[in-house]
Design a binder for this molecule. Structure first.
Ligand SMILES: Cc1ncc(COP(=O)(O)O)c(C=O)c1O
Length: 380
């Protein structure tokens, strides 16, 4: 808890620690006083190296395999849009896919003639890994798994899926937008070719920050695309030389120095908390959140699957999601109204138009959840 506010909307954007807002404010002040390019030069080591190294420590990745963007979607589409797909190829998605990614996959399908299939769920809401094992073949060109979906808190078994896929040609893309910062992540253990995320959620970094991890093999197989001046130069009147092999080739040169410095500070803060064993939502707090909402008369939990994260969504029999969000806000608690069509293959498919999403983080205490319980019971 920060001051009087109880922030249960980290799945929207986490509360930035002071180190982040200070780094950003200092940067803007320095830019105004000394110039934007001069400020960039001043922070050169952090901007060109340290921020990638810190992100690498969070993800278990080599700094050369990381690229920064202004959103998770931009990071993801910069790679996925360049996959070399054709009419014989299959893309597998899960019912927990983020709607923005589905739009991209539909676009790819219309452009390349590939087919999209949805991995089924077992009755308990877990992904049906037996179905995957039985149907996997080298026709599957891409498997896309959302680690923790936007609209409900299931934690999908990304490492187990990685092991299933390993003998096949399928590329493996993991959307870790809601996972990074709230669960330990290791790209080698997951065995993915692509992992994307945002800085603003459980990493508590600034808005307008995102990243992609890609393997060198995946980058080498991408269809050619524009490469910006920070990694390439026009070496003759008709030719370009790319002087970089790292994932930086996916980026554009221009970006907000303040945002990158803010992300750097957020990663540092996260790593410090991780060393002290308190970077992630506490298990007892997650359990208390579930018990609190389950005990609310009229609440229907949207919590499929065995393993739950710090995100919990629910519908109320007589109160709209908007009424719950606004009622909580009036009591100093941030919750959020979500649209089912942001996770359409799961929520819309079950007739959920809107729901309330509550998300806890390392800064949420049991007392906060107790206060939530009192506030929820007081809503009319
Ligand atoms: C699971 C998931 N994937 C992807 C995204 C897209 O992230 P961004 O808004 O940074 O593009 C979100 C955003 O909420 C999300 O929850």
């Amino acid at each position: 808890m920060t001051g009087q506010l109880i922030h249960l909307n980290t799945a929207g954007a986490g509360l930035m620690p002071a180190a982040v807002s200070t780094a950003m404010a200092d940067c803007l002040a320095r830019e105004a006083a000394t110039g934007g390019y001069e400020t960039e030069l001043h922070h050169d080591e952090v901007l060109q190296h340290d921020v990638y190294r810190r992100l690498g420590r969070v993800l278990g990745a080599d700094a050369d395999d990381l690229a920064l963007f202004d959103s998770a979607t931009r990071a993801w589409w910069r790679v996925v849009s360049r996959l070399d797909l054709g009419p014989d190829d299959l893309i597998w998605v899960t019912p927990y896919e983020y709607a923005g990614s589905l739009i991209g996959y539909f676009n790819l399908r219309d452009r390349t003639g590939c087919t999209i299939e949805t991995i089924p769920l077992r009755p308990d809401g877990n992904l049906d890994l037996d179905w995957m094992a039985a149907h996997l073949s080298d026709r599957v060109a891409l498997v896309s798994v959302t680690h923790v979906p936007s609209g409900c808190g299931i934690v999908n078994p990304v490492a187990e899926i990685g092991r299933l896929l390993a003998p096949y040609r399928a590329r493996y893309a993991v959307d870790a937008c809601q996972a990074v910062g709230q669960l330990p992540l290791d790209v080698a253990e997951i065995g993915c070719d692509l992992l994307t995320g945002a800085g603003r959620k459980f990493l508590c970094g600034p808005r307008g920050s995102g990243f992609a991890y890609t393997t060198p093999e995946l980058r080498a197989a991408l269809l050619p695309d524009f490469t910006d001046l920070h990694v390439a130069r026009v070496s003759s009147p008709t030719a370009v030389t790319v002087h970089e092999r790292s994932a930086r080739t996916l980026e554009l040169g221009e970006r907000s120095t303040a945002v990158v410095l803010g992300l750097h500070a957020a990663l540092g803060h996260h790593l410090e908390l991780a060393e002290e064993g308190r970077a992630f939502p506490r298990k007892d707090v997650v359990e208390a959140l579930h018990a609190c909402v389950a005990g609310l008369p009229g609440a229907e939990l949207l919590a499929p699957g065995t393993q739950q994260s710090g995100i919990l969504s629910f519908r109320h029999a007589s109160l709209s999601a908007e009424q719950v969000r606004d009622g909580l806000a009036a009591r100093g608690i941030n919750g959020w109204k979500i649209s089912g069509d942001h996770t359409p293959l799961y929520l819309s498919a079950r007739g959920v138009d809107t729901a309330v999403r509550l998300s806890v983080h390392h800064y949420t205490s049991l007392e906060d959840v107790e206060a939530l319980g009192r506030a929820l019971h007081g809503l009319r």
